[in-house]
Design a protein around this ligand. Structure first.
Ligand SMILES: [Zn+2]
Length: 122
């Protein structure tokens, strides 16, 4: 199963099945959301959490912002195509609030169909 974890509650990933999906500065090799409604170090700012999560979905799936952070998006797609997030605990700051991680999980399952045991949950 794949889970979304809250770092504030759970701490940083400590085992090999934990993957940090927040932003990392100085590299395009991360799952972090380029969109934010706060003063977080994003590259695009929007007006609400809902918008930040929805814009991530559109960017990740290539429906909008296709020129924005293309290397980061390509890296994410390579990871998902390899099944990198299957059966992982995804650590971010948001859960139980809306999080871009839900779209990462869904896209992972779309690209690499899961077994009946690999459903995602919060
Ligand atoms: Zn999040």
């Amino acid at each position: 199963m794949t889970y979304l974890m809250n770092i504030t509650d759970s701490g940083w990933p400590k085992t090999s099945d934990g993957v940090y999906i927040g932003r990392i500065h100085g590299t395009y090799k991360h799952y972090g959301n380029p969109f934010s409604h706060t003063d977080a170090p994003a590259t695009r700012y929007v007006t609400s959490r809902t918008s930040a999560v929805m814009e991530y979905l559109l960017w990740l799936r290539g429906h909008r912002y296709t020129d924005h952070l293309a290397e980061q998006r390509a890296w994410i797609l390579r990871q998902l195509e390899a099944g990198a997030l299957l059966n992982k605990k995804l650590y971010c700051w948001c859960t139980p609030l809306a999080c871009h991680g839900t779209h990462l999980m869904q896209y992972q399952l779309d690209l690499v169909p899961a077994t009946c045991n690999d459903i995602w949950t919060f």
